[in-house]
Design a protein around this ligand. Sequence first.
Ligand SMILES: [Zn+2]
Length: 152
Amino acid sequence: MNRSGLNKALTSTKLNATPFRPSIADVKRWTDVLNFIMFEGKSLKWGRIQVRPMRDFAWSVPYFDGRNKRRCELHIRNRFKSFSMFYSVLCHELLHLAEYHELGTINHGDFFYSHREMLAKIGIKLQARYEDIQPNRKKIAAKVKKKAKHKA
Ligand SMILES: [Zn+2]
């Protein structure tokens, strides 16, 4: 898939109006696509992949394998509100994998944000944190707080 094909997928209303439930095969396939787009085909792979129900969107868990090589285990949700949400989160985690391989660190620093412009070109807004399924949750929480203050 080329960049414009990917752009189409990311902005497809049909794909993004329905929840996306990734399989391990989906994670592997889209990791390969992202490798191609983000790192010129460098083949970064997850040491282990777990797709499961979880509160957070995903974790990258670093470890050393039997040969003392840096590896990362990916834990990722089994349900996203849309395909583009899944894809953006996978992008985020793949940056952690790349940083861990190259520098031995995982954070939301210079390495992470140095990919922001390139990702914006393919329609992905790189964020350190993602909003939960309910986009108005923060607004609602703020309203509730305000009301409580007025009462007091
Ligand atoms: Zn992160």
